[in-house]
Design a protein around this ligand. Structure first.
Ligand code: ITT
Length: 182
């Protein structure tokens, strides 16, 4: 069974739901791993995959996600986790209400022989106020393009259909099924 290596419960729940919908079971390797600093998620994801390949003996994947806010020249980008912990959604609203923004998820898969990368993007805007529906990370302050509500107001299944993570994982699942790896 393929392992999803992440310390993040929300990420795992979204992935588990999507894989289940496609008839595939995954398992959770709940762990935090060290990440290098770089200005794009692909570089970080590839590096983490390479290092984890030396530690883990069976096929696994990871998810590195960034939030890129246009009016802040792409900040926080790949530093989304650190900024969520230090500034939080209220400070982001003060700085960037109404700005265009996008989420980017980079999924890295390793079968210990090779690393494969899959990417998904969700465009939208930073809202004017935080949604009362709390949720995962920046979801309460992110309005997806074409919607009039925050991402936190969508169910996991609804979010998966449009989200950065959903798109990256769908590409990954298509690859898994067509390559005969599972
Ligand atoms: P890992 O163990 O998988 O690394 P993490 O939470 O540290 O978990 P990231 O380094 O990818 O994950 O950090 C991205 C941060 O961006 C994360 O902590 C959330 O605060 C936020 N984030 C990621 N995906 C998100 C999503 O779909 N919606 C809202 N916020 C998200």
């Amino acid at each position: 069974m393929i392992k999803f290596v992440t310390s993040n419960t929300h990420k795992y729940k979204e992935a588990e739901t999507l894989f289940k919908k496609r008839g595939i079971e995954i398992s959770w390797e709940k762990m935090k791993y060290e990440e290098i600093q770089a200005d794009d998620n692909e570089t970080i994801c590839r590096d983490s995959c390479m290092k984890l390949s030396e530690k883990l003996e069976s096929p696994f994947f990871i998810d590195d996600t960034g939030l890129y806010i246009k009016s802040l020249n792409g900040f926080p980008g790949p530093f989304a986790s650190y900024v969520q912990e230090t500034l939080g959604n209220s400070r982001i609203l003060e700085m960037a209400s109404g700005s265009a923004a996008f989420f980017k998820t980079v999924v890295g898969f390793s079968n210990q022989k090779q690393i494969y990368i899959f990417t998904g993007i969700l465009n939208g805007n930073i809202s004017n106020k935080e949604s009362r529906t709390k949720g995962f990370g920046y979801d309460p302050i992110f309005i997806p393009q074409g919607y009039d509500k925050a991402l936190s107001e969508l169910s996991t299944g609804e979010k998966n259909i449009i989200s950065h993570r959903g798109k990256a994982l769908e590409k990954f699942i298509d690859f898994l099924l067509s390559s005969g790896i599972i």
